[in-house]
Design a protein. Structure first.
Length: 212
């Protein structure tokens, strides 16, 4: 053993090194808090969907299930609520006035853009696109459809979506349920988009994949 090694061993014997803190308890506490936050978020999603469903007359005993993605929920029931005709889409604005870049199908400019309902409506001939920034704890779009309707989860370029191929009711903040037709809702990065057009599922998916 060299002289340097002997000196290092002697130095180590005289150093006062504090004991390592107990990590098991801290890690367990952190994991418990994380699981608690995830559970609270999941319960909030369920409560939001149930609130919409229970607002429909006669649905308390007929609630079947609901579909959910970030910023939107679809509840399936036995009977639809009474709906109102479409009202104004909001305030007309220039295309570039939104605080985020609006996505356009095939890059085509819309006829008009409206700010309203917590997002932006883009109107095309025979097509209506709604875009909004969606947070994990915010459900802006709430829909009620019949259990017999064509409603299913879909994939849009790797992002989750929901297809509704039937007449249904749309709830937006602060307003009564509105009539809606064929609709595709999907996530795109930080945005959630809603496409309404008198087209089938595959055509709606093709339009959704073209937005940029």
């Amino acid at each position: 053993m060299t002289h340097l090694e002997l000196e290092l061993r002697d130095l180590g014997a005289h150093l006062e090194i504090p004991p390592a803190p107990p990590l098991t308890g801290a890690v367990r506490t952190r994991l418990t808090h994380r699981r608690h936050r995830l559970l609270v978020l999941a319960l909030a999603t369920v409560v939001a969907a149930l609130a919409v469903a229970l607002a429909v007359p006669g649905s308390r005993a007929s609630l079947l299930r609901f579909l959910h993605l970030r910023g939107a929920a679809v509840t399936l029931v036995d009977r639809l609520p009474r709906v109102t005709p479409r009202r104004s889409l909001g305030t007309p604005i220039p295309l570039g006035q939104a605080p985020f870049r609006l996505l356009l199908p095939n890059g085509r400019r819309p006829e008009r853009v409206y700010a309203g309902d917590g997002g932006y409506w883009l109107r095309y001939p025979g097509l209506l696109l709604f875009e909004y920034e969606s947070g994990a704890a915010t459900t802006l779009l709430k829909k009620v459809a019949l259990r017999s309707a064509d409603v299913e989860y879909v994939d849009v370029r790797g992002e989750p979506g929901i297809w509704i191929g039937a007449r249904h009711a749309l709830y937006l903040p602060g307003g009564p349920p509105r009539a809606a037709g064929h609709v595709l809702i999907w996530q795109h990065g930080l945005l959630t988009l809603r496409l309404e057009a008198d087209v089938g599922r595959e055509r709606a998916l093709a339009i959704a994949r073209s937005v940029r």
